[in-house]
Each structure stands twice: as structure tokens, then as C-alpha cells.
Design a binder for this molecule. Structure first.
Ligand code: F6R
Length: 244
């Protein structure tokens, strides 16, 4: 893994957006697999700014959801699709026909997952996966334990995920069930960008960097991938695994 440490969240957002823009310049109809959560928000805002300044042309860009909660109505503002719509799709003017989303309200979540996988495959696979790191080492909602070949599926969220996701929605309950692109989908992306920000992520990032691929730390499977860039801000810099 190529681990880059930058000064702060602003530098992280800038560097990450530059990398995304590089992928789009190379391949204007690239398919991004995009996380929500707090960490990528600066990058998405930076991409919107670049579009306004005509430094990025997302007119053919395609975006797939990484994960979502189960059991929410189509219009529930807690849905991660709604969040992605506000933070990324609307600012980049990416219409519905250039997105791949989970039908998380579908009566048969397993079937909805197969439809999602089929859409990813029909789109030619993921060019860039943009990921955040869970405090328990999850990627998407691949909670520990998750094997490298885990499929897109419905999952129960881990207690620490419920706790950290509660901060997104303050007084409203976090759904306990979710769907996630499997580790197999994430690892099949041509490139992976993992952002890590803040002191509370330093210990888990350190463990991931030191670990062999291990289902108990799903992000450690990224060691199997040949093209992973990790951008961490100084606060998230692991004390032991990285010197600088
Ligand atoms: C959300 C997602 C999660 C988050 C992770 C970190 O779509 O995929 O894996 O990336 O929980 O969340 P933040 O960035 O809020 O710390």
C-alpha cells in the first residue's frame, strides 16, 4: 500500500480530489464506488469546486453506492443514497442513469444485492473505490469478520458502527441492518483510495498496516490489492507503523 501522510483534513481533501480528477481525466466515464460517512465529504466538496472552476468534467462519470441501510423508505433522508445525492451526485450533476444504487427497500435484500452486482459487472467493473475506515476496521459495511471473497449482502451492523453512525443523525435511530458491496467487489476495483482522518483512527490504521490479510480486520485485505493509496492526515498517522 502506498501510504501518504498529509498535514490536515484540507490537504487530505485536496490530494484525494486530485487523484479522483486524475482518474476521470484518464477515463471520463470511470465508475467510482463511493463511500459516504464524514471522511470523504471534504473531497466531494473539492470535486464540486473543481467542476465549477472547470478543472473537472464529470459529465460522463458514473457512481456506484458502496453501502446503505436497510428498511428505510425511498425518501428517508438517513438513506446513504440520499446522503450521496446531496454530497456528490447533485453537486457533480450526475443523473440517476449514471448511478448504481442498492434497492434497499426491496422485499428481497438478497435479490437486490444480486441486481447490484449484475449492474456493477454490466458497467465494466469499478475503476476507483473511494473508502473510509471504520473504527473496527470495516470497509463499506463489511463488518469483522469478513473474508476477502465476501459477497455483496445484507449485514447486521456492529455495535461500534451503530455508535459512530449515531453521530450522523443525532436524535434519530440508526437502522441496525444494512447492505454492503462485498469485499470481493471492493478488491476487484482497479484502484483503491482509502482516506483516514483524525486521532481516533490512528490505532486502527496502525493495526491494518501491520496486519496480514485477516477477516477480523476487513481493511487488512487491501494488502492483497496491487494499487491502493492510503491518504491519512497527521492526526491519524499511526505512531509505530509509519515513522515520518
Ligand atoms: C459509509 C461507509 C463506512 C465509512 C466508515 C468511516 O458509506 O462505507 O465504511 O466509510 O464507517 O466513517 P467516517 O468517515 O464517518 O468516520
Amino acid at each position: 500500500m502506498d501510504v501518504r501522510v498529509v498535514d490536515d483534513v484540507r490537504a487530505l481533501a485536496r490530494d484525494a480530489a486530485a487523484m479522483v480528477a486524475g482518474v476521470v481525466a484518464e477515463r471520463p466515464d470511470a465508475l467510482l464506488l463511493a463511500a459516504t460517512g464524514d471522511t470523504p465529504m471534504g473531497c466531494y466538496a473539492e470535486l464540486a469546486r473543481m467542476r465549477q472552476d472547470r478543472l473537472l468534467d464529470p459529465s460522463r462519470l458514473r457512481v456506484a453506492q458502496l453501502d446503505d441501510y436497510l428498511g428505510l423508505g425511498e425518501d428517508d433522508s438517513r438513506s446513504l443514497y440520499a446522503w450521496m445525492q446531496r454530497a456528490l451526485l447533485a453537486p457533480l450533476d450526475i443523473e440517476r442513469d449514471r448511478t448504481i444504487r442498492f434497492l434497499s427497500g426491496h422485499a428481497d435484500p438478497a435479490l437486490a444485492c444480486r441486481m447490484y452486482d449484475a449492474d456493477i459487472q454490466a458497467a465494466g467493473g469499478v475503476d476507483l473505490a473511494i473508502l473510509g475506515l471504520g473504527l473496527n476496521g470495516h470497509l463499506g459495511f463489511n463488518e469483522p469478520p469478513s473474508s476477502a471473497d465476501s459477497q455483496t449482502r445484507a449485514v447486521s451492523l456492529a455495535p461500534e458502527t451503530l455508535e459512530s453512525n449515531a453521530s450522523y443523525w443525532r436524535d434519530v435511530a440508526v437502522p441496525e441492518r444494512a447492505v454492503t458491496a462485498g469485499m470481493s467487489v471492493i478488491l476487484s476495483a482497479r484502484r483503491v483510495l482509502l482516506f483516514v482522518s483524525g486521532g481516533r483512527k490512528a490505532a486502527i490504521l496502525d493495526r491494518i498496516l501491520r496486519s496480514e490479510p485477516d477477516p477480523r480486520l476487513p481493511a487488512s485485505h487491501l494488502h492483497r490489492h496491487g494499487d491502493v493509496v492510503v491518504i491519512a492526515d497527521r492526526d491519524a498517522r499511526p505512531g509505530g507503523a509509519l515513522a515520518a
